[in-house]
Design a protein around this ligand. Structure first.
Ligand SMILES: [Zn+2]
Length: 299
């Protein structure tokens, strides 16, 4: 086998479904935070402080800044993939403070074939389930666990290849060639899309600046729910396969690159706005449930 081909096959074999890289998730989370009501921010911040990894997020954020900590929390479901404290299968002895230590790799995506028949993956269903958990459970540890998942998955559903076709594993088994990327000219189409938001170390002031720049070019989308966000990703999908051939794989040319960037910027912003809207609704409903109980206690 030719060395180049062996190399390319190795690249694809090591590719995993990840979703937007950490920069994409942090951008959506910061945009959500900016749009959220002050009461929602307080409700989210208070819950996240019960998460056992809150200290780690604060360290990574570089400050006790609730918005930046929320941004770090939104990357947590990806970080546990390589964390030995967590398991592929349900484990019998959960870590203190964690109601669930499964990695849940199949929550990050959902596949539908070209006829719309559902395949593997739980992405849309878990958004519904986690919303219900955060909205109704009295268990603060469970809310603290579910919130990073919810923030993460709302963004994942806005990455069209996370609602992909099973035949190419959501673009994971399709190689593309990007001559503009000298460091990594050959990656899977899925990975190429995941990396569109920029360097995965984007944090702090630069993160806020980039979020501001994204918002400047966009207008708020219709809120909708997971069914609409899924439909939108699926509607984009067929047009996101590069049409021109490169030297050994489908080519990412300047036209494709420009359009993909525009779509990624819009989807990341939409995910942020909608996550903020969803958390506003959830926290409002929690308050209206809890008020009578609080009230009774004070009588
Ligand atoms: Zn993900």
């Amino acid at each position: 086998m030719r060395p180049l081909l062996i190399f390319l096959l190795t690249v694809l074999a090591s590719t995993d479904v990840l979703a937007w890289n950490a920069a994409g998730h942090r951008l959506s989370a910061i945009i959500a935070w900016q749009g959220m009501a002050p009461e929602t921010r307080a409700c989210v911040d208070a819950a996240l402080r019960h998460h056992p990894d809150h200290g780690r997020w604060r360290e990574k954020a570089g400050a006790d800044d609730s918005a930046l900590i929320f941004a770090e929390a939104s990357t947590w479901p990806d970080s546990i993939r390589h964390d030995p404290r967590f398991a592929e299968e349900a484990a019998t002895s959960p870590l203190p403070g964690f109601p669930d230590i499964q990695r849940h790799s199949d929550w990050h995506y959902v596949d539908f074939d070209h006829l719309g028949k559902r395949g593997r993956g739980q992405l849309d269903r878990q958004i519904v389930a986690l919303t219900e958990t955060v909205r109704t459970t009295p268990d603060i540890a469970r809310i603290a666990w579910a919130l990073p998942w919810l923030a993460h998955l709302v963004a994942d559903l806005h990455q069209p290849f996370h609602a992909g076709y099973p035949v190419d594993h959501g673009g994971n088994s399709l190689l593309v060639e990007d001559p503009a990327d000298v460091r990594r000219p050959f990656v899977s189409l899925h990975t190429w899309w995941d990396d569109l938001p920029g360097k995965s170390g984007l944090r702090g002031k630069r993160l806020r600046q980039k979020a501001g720049a994204l918002l400047a070019g966009q207008s708020p989308p219709r809120q909708g729910n997971e069914a609409l966000w899924l439909r939108e990703s699926r509607a984009l999908l067929p047009s996101l396969y590069p049409e021109n051939a490169g030297s050994v794989a489908q080519l990412i040319d300047a036209t494709y690159q420009a359009r993909a960037r525009e779509i990624a910027d819009r989807r990341i912003s939409e995910a942020g706005w909608r996550l903020g809207g969803l958390l506003d609704t959830i926290c409002r409903q929690r308050v209206s449930h809890e008020t009578p109980r609080e009230f009774r206690r004070q009588q």
